[in-house]
Design a protein around this ligand. Sequence first.
Ligand SMILES: O=C(O)CCC(=O)C(=O)O
Length: 278
Amino acid sequence: MNLTQHKAFFDENGYAVVQGLFTPDEVAQYREHYMRLRAQGPKPGDMVADTQKSGDPLQRYPRMIHMHRWDDLSLRWVLDARIADSLRTFLGDEPLAVQTMLYFKPAGARGQALHQDNFYLRAHPGTCMAAWLALDPCDEENGCMRVVPGSHTWPILCTAQADTSASFTDVTVPIPDGQEVRPVLMDAGDVLFFNGSLVHGSYPNTSADRFRRALIGHYIEAKAEQVTKFDQPVLKMDGTAFEMDGVEEGGPCGVWVDRSGRPEIEIAGRQLLATGHE
Ligand SMILES: O=C(O)CCC(=O)C(=O)O
């Protein structure tokens, strides 16, 4: 695997797809494993969708979280050497594992509105990183990931109300009119790596009968001194667990302003960054 070519793209765009990092047999094993776990019934931390909406496919397939705390296959996956090597290249630092998630996203399921992961994880100094393994081919029809290229250079933005007819979460980050939101087309076995400030999310799965399953690991940089209490304990990539300063979700955030005819982000009245967006 030659990561050098991905690194330049990652630095410029805030994300990169490493194709075929996991074999078809491994991916089939993960699919079968998590479908079996889901069929067993509720698991700790399940994100149960809006129970008011009868017939919502996410009621049957809620998102799983922190499976590595109770499932050995998930623990081995989040510490996998291929992911660790890729993260070292992209981060230029040693990664620490803090979170696992499994999105089932069956046909008809809503997506997740645009957001930045470090709004939630609050890794500092540095940021968090995601490794998003496609367990199914992902395209626009079944609700592939969408990213805002280059937004990893933005500060964490204040959130706004999301459209919950298209998103199972109720907050989103506003982006300027005309800003590109790029679909990321992937095959099963490909891994999307992305920076914790990158604005990303997904739209609904509009296919008739296709899942869009993904196994996700979230990591922070070894130089981090804090992460949310929710994401403790932190794991070194050899599996050793330890605690660091635990914070609550939230914190300072930026808002879009238009003072000179183009969108800029301000935090507490101080101008931080202009997007160059006309
Ligand atoms: O899989 C999705 O649709 C969204 C996943 C996501 O936003 C994340 O892993 O941070």
